[in-house]
Design a protein around this ligand. Sequence first.
Ligand code: DQA
Length: 146
Amino acid sequence: MNNKIIIINGPNLNLLGEREQSQYGSITFDKLKDSCEKKSKELGLELNFSQSNLEGELVNIIQDSRKKYDGMIINAAAFTHTSVAIRDALDLFKKPIIEVHISNIYKREEFRQKSLLSDIVTGGIFGLGADGYILAIISMHKLLKI
Ligand code: DQA
């Protein structure tokens, strides 16, 4: 079955619900995890929902994903704008990758307006709040043609 996906969350996303609600809304990380699991199940996808605050650990998760998952959804958070290491790891994945941002990074500070990941992923969703994760799961389901 081509139905195993991973959602990878970068630094500070574990504090959703607590941090800058004007940018990220009031949904908590646990609630977001629950709704992603619910949508994945509904579509017949097997989901691993993960998070790390550490760049190297994110690189390890991405590397390990090559043999375990058919598709990846990633919100690399602040590392989106800085991490060549995460970009290089993603480039080795060779299967569909969707980049998600809860906020519209192109409407924010200049340093957030550059993603080092966008030109190597399959596609991206930004500025649609936590719903972006659900939309990414629906798109991944289509990309995997299950
Ligand atoms: C974010 C945007 C990033 O600039 C920021 O550092 C985050 C979250 C988003 O989901 O909107 O932590 O990736």
